[in-house]
Write a protein that binds this ligand. Structure first.
Ligand code: FES
Length: 106
């Protein structure tokens, strides 16, 4: 018997899930590589607030309840807000397979 490389099966598992909570509603969509949380929310049929879509205004801000995401640009949130889990959803791309973000946290 020969051993199979571990990576052979792991590569096919590109799944993951993004869950968005907005106005007391909750929808999950399959994670897509490189998609921002705002784009995922729209794909889920939600209409969360946004304005500049450039990381400048903070209108699209939401709070991560599960998982982590990296913002391409952040010219709106201060360090304390980031430390509390807030992200600019127009700029935030999930770093892990399971992410939950809520627009209802204020
Ligand atoms: S829409 Fe302006 S920072 Fe995201």
């Amino acid at each position: 018997m020969t051993a199979e490389p571990m990576s052979a099966t792991a590569a096919s598992e590109t799944g993951g899930q993004v869950t968005i909570m907005f106005e007391n509603d909750q929808v999950s969509v399959p994670r897509r590589p490189g998609e921002t949380l705002l784009e995922s929310a729209r794909r889920a049929g939600m209409t969360p607030p946004f304005s500049c879509e450039a990381g400048n205004c903070g209108t699209c801000m939401a709070k991560l309840l599960e998982g982590t995401a990296t913002m391409r640009v952040n010219d709106a949130l201060d360090d304390d807000e980031v430390a509390d889990g807030y992200v600019l959803t127009c700029q935030a791309i999930p770093d892990c397979d399971l992410v939950t973000v809520s627009y209802d946290e204020d």
